[in-house]
Ligand binder design. Structure first.
Ligand SMILES: [Zn+2]
Ligand SMILES: [Zn+2]
Length: 270
């Protein structure tokens, strides 16, 4: 079994290096887009975008776990499987591969739909919250922060925001440890990495995730149906609240397409 993981690691070392500039291109474009739009952010919209992001993140997380059993049976691994079953610190060792792994064939069509429906400030906010959740999860597994966050100014600033979040208690490394122990024991129960509104929000999300996880019998297709329903719900609620017309559609596309294209670049190299 060890060979499988070691082989995977050796094969992907180079790919991780190739993804370095792509990963920075993607995250810098998300950060710059957010800074550009920040004046238009409102608290209500931020709450809404956070809710949408969490719905997608949790649904994606359940889907990801539903692929693990088959991978183990087939004696295969992928970065998230490796992270759960062999070495959680892979996210520190291959951070570029990890950071770009959220822009995959399953999630890209989702981002494209959102890029078409959301206004540019909302899309930029969604992308910012998503990238924060990704770097928070990464930070749970960084064993050498002194070295890791001193790579450059961007990482240094990211660490400052992660520290602020930890102080505000909107994320917690110990709770995530629980998630890893549960997965190994086939007893999943905690699925979230971020809870802006505290423990009750986390409770509701995990109850929902467990309901889907258990009632689907971990079947991939059923979990994908849940994922599609969640996206429909988000698109439907957004259009219901903010309306929809063709001009608006084209304006969104024009502004969001660049960011969307940047997401495509790391995905296209595998
Ligand atoms: Zn997980
Ligand atoms: Zn983890």
């Amino acid at each position: 079994m060890t060979n499988l993981y070691e082989d995977w690691f050796n094969k992907h070392k180079k790919l991780n290096e190739y993804k370095k500039p792509l990963s920075y291109l993607l995250y810098i474009s998300i950060y710059l887009n957010a800074i550009y739009n920040i004046k238009e952010y409102t608290l209500i919209k931020m709450v809404l975008m956070y809710m949408f992001e969490e719905m997608i993140f949790i649904s994606g997380h359940i889907y990801l776990h539903s692929t693990f059993k088959q991978l183990t049976l087939n004696k295969q691994t992928r970065i998230a499987h490796y992270h759960h079953y062999y070495d959680p610190s892979i996210y520190e060792k291959m951070s570029y591969l990890h950071r770009t792994s959220y822009f995959n064939r399953l999630l890209l069509p989702v981002y494209l739909i959102l890029a078409l429906v959301f206004s540019h400030e909302d899309f930029s906010m969604f992308a910012l919250i998503l990238s924060y959740e990704i770097i928070v999860h990464e930070s749970y597994h960084v064993r050498n922060p002194e070295y890791f966050y001193k790579e450059n100014i961007i990482r240094y600033v990211e660490k400052k925001f992660i520290d602020i979040g930890a102080k505000l208690k909107i994320h917690d490394r110990e709770k995530h440890r629980e998630h890893h122990i549960q997965t190994i024991n086939n007893n999943d129960d905690v699925w979230d990495n971020l809870w802006l509104f505290g423990k009750y929000e986390s409770l509701v999300k995990n109850k929902y995730a467990n309901f889907i996880w258990k009632s689907s019998g971990q079947k991939k297709n059923l979990i994908i149906i849940n994922f599609v329903c969640v996206i429909f719900l988000i698109v439907f609620s957004y259009i219901k609240m903010y309306g929809f017309n063709e001009n608006y559609f084209l304006i969104n596309f024009k502004y969001n397409f660049l960011v969307f294209l940047t997401c495509l670049v790391p995905t296209s190299i595998n």
